[in-house]
Design a protein around this ligand. Sequence first.
Ligand code: KIV
Ligand code: ZN
Length: 518
Amino acid sequence: MRTIKIFDTTLRDGEQSPGASMNISEKLQVANALTELGADIIEAGFAVASPGDFESVRTVADTVKGSSVCSLARCVEKDIDAAADALKNAEQPRIHVFLATSPIHREYKLRMTTEKNIESAVAGVKYARKFCGDVEFSAEDATRTEIDHLCRVVEAVIDAGATTVNIPDTVGYATPIEMYERIKALFDRVPNVGKTVISVHNHNDLGMAVATSLAAVRAGAGQVECTINGLGERAGNCSLEEIVMALKTRNDVYDAGTRIITQKLVPTSRLVSTVTGLKVPRNKAIVGQNAFAHESGIHQDGMLKNPTTYEIMQPCDVGFQKTDLVLGKHSGRAALADRAKTLGCDLDTVQLGKVFEEFKKLADRKKNIYDEDILALIEQEIHERKDPYISRCCQAACQTAEWSLVSYDLRCRTGKEPQVRLTLRNGDREYTRETSGGDGPVDALFFAVKEITGADISIKEYSVQSVTNGEDAQGDVTILINRSGETYRGHGVSTDTIEASTVAILNAVNRSGSAISR
Ligand code: KIV
Ligand code: ZN
């Protein structure tokens, strides 16, 4: 089996995504994550482009150990000087020179003849070789270059000392079969091709970047250039996580693998998404939130019987903890029974039938069905029918709520402690407290809830998510509280996030069994 080199260009081509710019410390964080992931080469930037780019390349080159660090440069001396200077302390430096070779670029951008084109490419490679033993040459727009000219350029740059020759599909135009044929032609026609590594760098304008990269590997390419989350100029580059998992999952077809530690794909994807602010779509292959989530009843039933029915990879192989059987309107009895069991309620067939009926009605009204909703349904159905059977865990989880919110009046001002007047109901009595203090509005309300209920609790985790998009989106708050060493979860949804937070706190207090009568 061949080992394909993974050349990551998240910090260079990825950063060319509009809105994806990163500062030096963020770039360093990403570079360290890429090394831990097992990327063979990290393209840290385009040193000559700006003082900031130079500093980024230099900082990454000075720090990273274990992966090659590379800088891009045009085939001009001042670019190559800057690249060499920025890389001078790198453990494994690589200079990456490029020149467009296609007729469109030669005629309109470079105003260059074919002979001059070859001459400039050769001069660039030779000059870079003076500083570095590892030089990559990229024939920009190679897939729209006449094949005879491309073969001549490739042969000449190999003779000039290029250790890697990259054949980019700069505008994402090639089809997989064309890419296969182009790479195959280079192997068949360029006499010295064996002295270099052939690489591809494919853009995703037609959504084919991963497919064209796989086709190139099939034809003999030994390096793939890619980015985390498929970031990159316009529609982006070949996605690292997709190409790596395609090679791993279908190695029966490609007989090739990579050095990537695939369990680190999801954490790396999340890091890049956080530092760039570019969200990963839920349905993104491999690292999207839905990549291992199943909602259809038929699929969930199959998954519970044997995960290979609907999953070709294991979630833990890419860094997710587990498969997510999302409960929603398409879910079936098997998934509901399984979730109830996980929550401690072993339902018999009659109980399940009844709960399932109510669950379907609820799912029509509510997009997300949470564990608390399931517990509430079970409690309602089982209690109403006065069923003698309720498991111990289920009883504990199905505590009847005691405290509820009547009203709050909250005042927050810059530089001042928040003030709150909170009224709660317990049974038919209402309790009001006025308090001040806390780090913010939620903290202030939490303090007031403690005052009124007398529950000795602390917040372990607090998160708020928007249920839908838009100005009228509901805030969906989940809170974990600690009480006497036990953790209890609370949940609240409202268009008013403060109200949702208070309801979530009370929900957790009630579940913790706070029956303090005052
Ligand atoms: O897309 C492209 O052709 C490039 C080269 C500089 C490699 O990014
Ligand atoms: Zn590119």
